[in-house]
Ligand binder design. Structure first.
Ligand code: PMP
Length: 368
């Protein structure tokens, strides 16, 4: 889709990366780290000031006590955190419960571990958890639940009661909950992000994953982290050692600076993205698409069926030429492609003038 965007000079609302830089303090700290000679291998678990900053962040925002020496691991983005965690805890034949649509690395890493993916579908436009299908996804072979909230690609923020249901089932099956919370600070309309580790009795079986990429608009830096019980974090570290060993040396102290920034910086990012969400959602609705307004993340899902389109993939292949805009068919994030046949994901983490131009182009869209 990105190649199509280039070919047609289209606005790329496909891939989720911001087109502006994050807080200047964070950028300057990286420059200072490079100039200050922090350019060699950092320690395996991560640089001490980042380990401390991650623990302090968990305490400050969620009241979670995390030991920076034993319960935190810095990774090469959340992507490595997900891969190392799944490889550490899933043995061949073990089952991993996840929701679809899912972030695509989940299916790949479960496969790399020789695990078996068991899914429950979140359906447009509510994307509510369906208890019967979730229960049916669990079995005596369930080893892990791999969860993502706020959720890519739907923009859904799981409710406390949905999370409690998931955790009850995980406890009943003695399964790990691995929770990908990379969009933890990108929530709108006063909706509350509930970290799984804060739910009663869950800290001991929960591995939490996050990343600096989304929070500080530094997706290219690839600084992520894992927090959880010390033995599990040690297992994840053992895998990480042979995936990348270490990474992102000078960016680690810079992210530590970011995690210490005042609440207003976090609130400002969420407010700015909420306005962008509104701009794009209004534009998509005005163009005749049915929109499921998201409560978090960078993404909105829209149904193109009201335009007369019957297949989201076909629609996305034509859209760059017809309208000069790129989106991603949601069916690619599914095992059950039928569940998302006419759904398309658009990213709104772009400058307002880019979104306005995209909305203007979509308003002129006519399917042949
Ligand atoms: N999880 C989810 C749900 C994501 O959307 C992304 C990035 N698109 C990642 C993980 C990967 O994060 P990172 O860039 O830090 O590897």
């Amino acid at each position: 889709m990105s190649a199509l965007a280039v070919r047609h000079g289209a606005i790329n609302l496909g891939q989720g990366f911001p087109d502006t830089d994050g807080p200047p303090e964070v950028l300057e700290a990286a420059v200072a780290a490079i100039r200050g000679g922090r350019n060699q291998y950092p320690p395996g678990p991560g640089v001490p000031e980042l380990l401390e900053a991650i623990a302090a962040h968990q305490q400050r925002f969620y009241g979670l006590s995390v030991d920076p020496a034993r319960e935190v691991l810095v990774t090469v983005g959340a992507t490595e955190a997900i891969a190392a965690t799944v490889l550490a805890l899933v043995e061949p034949g073990d089952e991993v419960v996840t929701f679809e649509p899912y972030y695509d690395s989940y299916a790949a890493t479960i496969a790399l571990a020789g695990g078996v993916r068991r899914t429950s579908v979140l359906r447009f436009p509510e994307f509510a958890v369906d208890e019967a299908s979730l229960r049916a996804a669990f079995s005596p072979r369930t080893r892990m639940v791999l969860l993502n909230s706020p959720h890519n690609p739907t923009g859904k923020v799981f409710t406390r009661s949905e999370l409690e249901l998931i955790c009850t089932l995980a406890r009943e099956h003695d399964a790990w909950v691995v929770t990908d919370e990379v969009y933890e600070h990108l929530v709108f309309d006063g909706v509350q992000h509930v970290p799984v580790a804060t739910l009663a009795g869950m800290a001991e079986r929960t591995i939490t994953i996050s990343s600096a990429g989304k929070t500080f608009s530094t997706t290219g830096w690839k600084v992520g982290w894992v927090t959880g019980p010390a033995p599990a974090v040690a297992a994840v570290r053992a895998v990480k050692q042979f995936l990348t060993y270490v990474g992102s040396g000078p960016f680690q102290p810079a992210v530590a600076v970011g995690l210490g920034l005042p609440d207003s910086v976090y609130a400002g990012l969420a407010a700015s993205l909420q306005a962008k969400r509104d701009l794009l959602c209004d534009g998509l609705s005005a163009a005749g698409l049915a929109v499921a307004a998201p409560s978090g993340t960078y993404f909105v899902i829209a149904d193109v069926a009201p335009l007369g389109a019957v297949d989201g993939l076909e629609f996305c292949l034509q859209l760059p030429e017809l309208a000069g805009v790129v989106g991603v068919p949601v069916s690619v994030f599914h095992d059950d492609a039928e569940a998302a046949r006419t759904l398309v994901r658009f990213a709104f983490c772009k400058r307002d003038e880019v979104l306005r131009e995209a909305v203007g182009r979509l308003a002129r869209l006519r399917l042949g």
